[in-house]
Design a protein around this ligand. Structure first.
Ligand SMILES: Cc1ncc(COP(=O)(O)O)c(C=O)c1O
Length: 434
């Protein structure tokens, strides 16, 4: 029995309609931007294995840091105990985030980082006697994870529509996604901001927080907004004394070309969520960071005001060691140069793609590029599964979001590989029509 058939007999994969999806490809090792199967076939990982693998696969600095840490201590209960990697990582992150951040809360993955942020915002007001603040504001097409709080923030999402009745009510607004040569964006931004202002006039004192994916909505379709919109948005929301949460789970760690989207947009949220690239794609770990006054609101002489949230693997030392090694790699000039190179190639190649008659809305931000294909294809539909297969036969891992094709490569990708990927894309989308 092959590994793929043994897998089929025993495993239920995430976000997969098993009836129409081919058997999974068994991967035996990774090398830079490539995943390699048992027959030595190489696959260029243009999605950084679900956006986590920022330095490439089997990166030796991170692998060694995990090994060295495992020989010292692999796991410590994080209530009543601490350890060097957790403290050092918190210090490093706080030194890089905007100065208003002063505390790091650890959890395991992107969804839990969001759950923590929502609980933090909600309880922040309750701890101060503002018990009516139970509303949240979020954006259509947003995606914040698959746990119930996170799902509530994007409940119309096609990923988990089946659960929308179980989600709690959230006030939803449009996200002003924009693209190359878009002439409508300013008007759309103004409409959204004025609707939001009218909403806040009425409900600000019942609202705990607004949550947004700054600069780019990921799973909702790689929708990109302008930094100017974020500047106006955060100023508006803060003027009503409502907390702003940035979900930087995808945008963090140079994805937008800057270390964080908040730095690129010169805006400062009250709470920020980080995960995905945090450990360079080696281990699950996440962070919810907040400003000092939020932390202070949880202090008291007994447990009642404390934040009631924990995970068994909170601040796992191996994860923290991986994250520290990843941060060292991120600070290197070579990494920054690679980020610039990727951005430049996206810019050039997208302009060429614009010549294709079935391509529209080309857009890029930092190391992320996307465009819409004029094609009716829902997420996970047969059409999009076929589209994925077209790229895979050339050894490219690209996972269209319905009709949206995007590239989000590891920073170690070579210029030649990235150019080859665009060549294949141009060839494969020719003749793909509605
Ligand atoms: C912006 C954003 N937030 C949250 C999440 C959830 O993260 P995880 O899959 O680690 O739970 C994701 C995952 O894609 C994401 O892109």
């Amino acid at each position: 029995m092959t590994l793929a058939s043994r897998d089929h007999a025993t495993i239920w994969h995430p976000l997969t309609q098993h009836q129409i999806t081919p058997l999974p490809i068994p991967i035996v090792r990774g090398e830079g931007a490539y995943l390699i199967d048992a027959s030595e076939k190489r696959y260029l990982d243009l999605v950084s294995s679900w956006w986590v693998n920022i330095h490439g696969h089997a990166e030796p600095t991170i692998a060694n840091a995990i090994y060295e840490q495992a020989l010292k201590i692999e796991q410590v209960i994080f209530a009543g105990f601490t350890h060097e990697p957790a403290v050092k990582l918190a210090e490093n992150l706080l030194a890089l985030l905007p100065k208003t951040f002063s505390k790091i809360f650890y959890s395991d993955n992107g969804s839990t980082a969001v759950e923590v942020a929502l609980k933090m915002a909600y309880q922040f007001w309750r701890n101060q006697g503002e018990t009516k603040r139970s509303r949240f504001i979020a954006f259509n097409n947003g995606y914040h994870g698959d746990t119930f709080g996170a799902m509530s923030m994007s409940q119309e999402s096609f990923y988990f529509k089946q659960f929308s009745e179980l989600c709690f009510a959230v006030d939803m607004f449009d996200y002003p996604g924009t693209w190359h040569s878009d002439e409508t964006v300013l008007e759309r931004e103004e409409i959204i901001l004025s609707k939001l202002a009218a909403h806040l006039d009425q409900y600000a004192n019942e609202t705990a927080a607004l949550i947004i994916e700054p600069l780019i909505q990921g799973s909702g379709g790689m929708n990109m907004c302008r930094p100017e919109f974020l500047q106006k948005l955060t100023a508006l929301v803060k003027s009503y004394d409502v907390l702003v949460i940035y979900d930087e789970i995808m945008t963090g760690f140079f994805r937008t070309g800057e270390l964080f989207a908040c730095l690129k947009s010169e805006t400062t949220p009250d709470i920020i969520c980080l995960s995905k690239g945090l450990t360079g794609g080696f281990l699950p770990l996440s962070v919810t960071a907040c400003r000092e006054s939020i932390y202070q609101a949880f202090l008291g002489s007994d447990y009642t005001k404390a934040l009631g949230h924990s995970h068994s693997y909170t601040a796992n030392p191996l994860g923290c060691a991986a994250a520290l090694a990843s941060m060292t790699l991120l600070q290197r000039e070579e990494t920054k140069a690679q980020v610039k190179m990727i951005e430049q190639i996206h810019r050039e190649e997208l302009m060429q793609l614009m010549q294709c008659s079935n391509v529209e809305k080309i857009r890029h931000c930092g190391t992320i590029a996307a465009f819409d294909l004029l094609l009716a294809a829902d997420y996970g539909s047969q059409v999009s599964v076929n589209l994925r297969a077209r790229f895979l036969k050339h050894g490219l891992i690209i996972r269209p979001l319905g009709n949206i094709i995007y590239l989000l490569p590891p920073y170690c990708i070579t210029e030649a590989d990235l150019r080859r990927a665009y060549q294949v894309i141009r060839k494969e989308i020719e003749g793909v029509h509605l």
